[in-house]
Ligand binder design. Structure first.
Ligand SMILES: [Zn+2]
Ligand SMILES: [Zn+2]
Length: 329
């Protein structure tokens, strides 16, 4: 945040609080917030992320990115937000962490006037914590966590008849894209479209923050005084490929402002051009009916192996009950 204080807001001339190098622009808090909102609005329009009247489930973890996403979507949907938007928080039972996240998300839901659905791992599969599930699966906590979260988010959006919105930022997207490139995973690279279309057993997915950096989501959350949790998950691995990639790209961005966004836009336009004929026939899980790579989805396989019963159908039932009690269905 170099010498922002010495500069003046581009809009109102007041003392600036943020300087964005790639835009060569300084802003006061109020006009920074408006600037980011304008950007996300335009990104959503450019990629036709939400259709008129379409409903959206927003996965909110309680961290800066997803909290910023929920707050932005509530503003963008305006008076329609209470009807069209549902926040989803998954309590994974991480001691000393999940409770703080949940509190932040509950406060946010109250402040935004948007419905919140809280589901705990205990309710979904009868295991108290993700750590416990991973231990019994003999797998890394983050990997099990990823499988469970992806499954539950999609299940909620499918049952809710809604689009799923996630808080992936520009930095997240590029870190995954570089990783896909390293592994030469052409199928995944071709899927980097800002709105993934619906498929049997899969809700459409959107990433409204795909053109907003992590630094910007942090500043946005701080400047609006949004409730969020700063600390990272205790199970999160240090020195991941994604983190190293983010650091590298930020150094390139520092030397050549604007690199990150043009990188993203090239990948997205290429994916949009080739994506339609990639990916083969979508399949569904023979047990739970949701999208799957094989006959049985990874969530049903995991829970079958660890708990002796594939939990997909149970998760879908619990989710339907919750949605009904929220008056959503
Ligand atoms: Zn201003
Ligand atoms: Zn399944």
């Amino acid at each position: 945040m170099r010498s922002a204080a010495a500069r003046r807001c581009r809009v109102c001339g007041a003392e600036a609080q943020v300087y964005l190098r790639y835009a060569r622009a300084a802003f006061c808090a109020k006009h920074f917030v408006e600037y980011i909102e304008g950007r996300v609005r335009r990104t959503m329009e450019r990629y036709a992320m939400l259709r008129p009247g379409e409903r959206v489930v927003v996965a909110v973890s309680g961290g800066k990115d997803s909290v910023t996403l929920a707050a932005l979507l509530a503003r963008i949907l305006g008076g329609e937000a209470p009807e069209r938007m549902l926040m989803l928080y998954m309590d994974l039972g991480i001691k000393g962490y999940s409770d703080k996240l949940r509190e932040a998300v509950e406060r946010l839901s109250g402040e935004l006037g948007v419905k919140l659905m809280v589901v705990s791992l205990e309710e979904l599969v009868g295991v108290a914590s993700i750590y416990e599930l991973a231990r019994r699966a003999r797998r890394a906590t983050c990997s099990v966590c990823g499988t469970v979260k992806r499954y539950v988010m999609n299940a909620v959006a499918v049952e809710a008849g809604a689009v799923l919105a996630t808080g992936h930022t520009l930095d997240d997207a590029l870190a995954y894209i570089v990783k896909d490139f390293m592994y030469q995973d052409q199928e995944r690279l071709s899927k980097w479209v800002p709105r993934t279309p619906a498929a049997p057993g899969a809700a459409p997915r959107i990433r409204p923050l795909i053109e907003v950096s992590e630094r910007e989501t942090l500043l946005y959350a701080l400047m609006r005084g949004l409730p969020f949790v700063h600390e990272e998950c205790p199970h999160r691995p240090r020195d991941s490929v994604e983190d190293a990639t983010k650091d590298y790209l930020n150094r390139v961005e520092e030397a050549h402002p604007g690199t990150k966004i043009s990188f993203l836009r090239r990948v997205v336009s290429r994916a949009a051009a080739t994506g339609a004929d990639e990916g083969g026939t979508p399949r569904t899980c023979t047990i739970c009916g949701l999208v799957s790579r094989g006959d049985v989805c990874s969530f049903c396989r995991l829970t079958q192996r660890v708990l002796g019963e594939p939990m997909g159908p149970r998760v879908r039932r619990v989710v339907r009950e919750k949605l009904a009690s929220l008056g959503w269905l």
